[in-house]
Design a protein around this ligand. Sequence first.
Ligand code: HEC
Length: 135
Amino acid sequence: MSVRDIFRKRPVIALFLVALYPSIGWAAGREKLEEPPGLYAEHCASCHGKNGEGGKASPLDSTGHAWHHPDGQIFLWIRNGRYGPAQRMPGFENNLAPREICGLIALMKVWWNADQLESQRKAGESFSGQIFCRK
Ligand code: HEC
């Protein structure tokens, strides 16, 4: 059963895994994950790198800029797509359910350090889009 199947057929288990994922990162000493979850590999890695280190598009890990932005804003970018200086990021509205987008944001947080997580959380306090991913 692929990660995708788990999300489709066992949403409750999938949500549990997504909720657990950041703590797995912490437990592993925040090392790079051998195999990021299938959804990231399938939809994001080709542009943002296997572990968020960047490639055709900017990094999503701690070396990038994504952590400056609140969850709600990142959610909208992933759902609707966005323009970059060189190329466009497609929107994933038709490919990813909201809870899957929230799972991908949770994955990015595994890659950010404690200061970045704190600053990102503060940025979210004034952003109404925060309602998209419930804690
Ligand atoms: C076809 C290439 C492509 C794919 C696939 C892609 N992106 Fe992007 N993404 C971009 C581009 C281009 C930008 C905007 C410019 C840049 O950051 O390089 C961007 C920007 C972002 C940003 C904002 C980064 C910042 O520093 O502000 C996030 C977050 C992001 N993408 C997440 C994702 C996620 C999650 C996926 C998978 C669901 C994904 N992207 C798939 C090309 C892509």
